[in-house]
Write a protein that binds this ligand. Structure first.
Ligand code: NAD
Length: 290
């Protein structure tokens, strides 16, 4: 396939490289002038998109996605697909899909989980929204860049699945960290706390697979000085998107709101920036009730 790839950052560059390795003809553009071995460099988004069967975008946010979509949709051939893999707000995903469909294109919103490690290894999970035909066109590319692609529903459903999952993740991480900090103050050994909770009704992915306490449970960023992993500021971005969506859909999400406020405090007013999102545990450890 002829693929245009726009946004060759930490995620986009290795994803584009995997498409090249699989034998596709990839033309790329990044506003910062990034180039990737094997990817033909274009001088603009529209140049990268011209003549492509599929255009993939991997961009920072919804406003940038909308501006790139304005540039590429007019130059794409009818029947080609616009596949956005960025994490953006549901409203932007739906607006871009409607604009693409009105121009005779297929559109998929397909945010990912798996981080830069998954992007490099080609083991991402794609959560996709769009028509059956759009998903079918993108699926072979998801199979190269990832290990799993779930068709979640119509336009915006991929973004909806991603932010709902990450809202649970953020809330659960905070609950796990505050419980460890309380257990410490009650004199409970962390290993015993893990042994009980990981096999009791308080178990979760954050406890069992990504334990925020160093030296306890399987290897996690806690064992590596809380280097990310999944950075606290990316968790904050996703929690904010969940609250933007909740506002727009009139959904009551008090725990998501509290988690967004706590991560905002941690990243913007404390020392959380650049740390893994599980570094909430040392944060709580240092604090009292006041
Ligand atoms: P990044 O900042 O490394 O890459 C974004 C790239 O887009 C940059 O290279 C930037 O120069 C480029 N860009 C910005 N505006 C542009 C424009 N108008 N035209 C062309 N290029 C432009 O970010 P990333 O870590 O690669 O993340 C990309 C997306 O994937 C984000 O939406 C992020 O939330 C999501 N995501 C990231 C991770 C992760 O672990 N990094 C995990 C899952 C999802």
């Amino acid at each position: 396939m002829k693929i245009g790839f726009i946004g060759l950052g930490n995620m986009g560059a290795p994803m584009a490289a995997n498409l090249v390795k699989a034998g596709h003809e990839v033309t790329g553009f990044d506003a910062a002038g990034v180039t990737v071995t094997g990817v033909q460099a274009a001088s603009s988004s529209s140049a990268a998109a011209t003549g492509a069967d599929v255009v993939i975008t991997m961009l920072p946010n919804g406003a940038i996605l909308r501006s790139v979509a304005d540039e590429v949709i007019p130059v794409m051939s009818k029947g080609a697909a616009l596949v956005d893999c960025s994490t953006v707000d549901v409203d932007s995903a739906r607006a871009v899909a409607a604009q693409a469909e009105a121009a005779g294109l297929l559109a998929v919103d397909a945010p990912v989980s798996g981080g830069t490690g998954g992007a490099t290894a080609g083991t991402l999970t794609f959560m996709a929204g769009g028509t059956d035909a759009a998903f079918a066109k993108a699926k072979p590319l998801f199979d190269i860049m990832g290990q799993k692609a779930v068709h979640c529903g119509d336009a915006g459903a991929g973004q909806a699945a991603k932010i709902c999952n990450n809202m649970i993740l953020g809330v659960t991480m905070i609950a796990t960290c505050e419980a460890f900090a309380l257990a410490d103050k009650l004199g409970l050994d962390r290993q015993k706390m893990f042994d009980v909770v990981s096999t009791s009704s308080g178990y979760s992915w954050t406890m069992n697979a990504y334990c925020p306490a160093p030296g306890v449970g399987p290897q996690s960023p806690a064992d590596n000085g809380y280097q990310p992993g999944f950075a606290a500021e990316l968790m904050l971005k996703d929690l904010r998107l969940s609250q933007q969506a909740a506002q727009s859909a009139d959904a009551d999400t008090p725990m998501g709101q509290a988690a967004a406020a706590l991560y905002a405090q941690f990243v913007e007013a404390e020392d959380g920036k650049g740390k893994d999102f599980s570094a909430m545990l040392p944060r709580f450890e240092k604090r009292g009730r006041g």
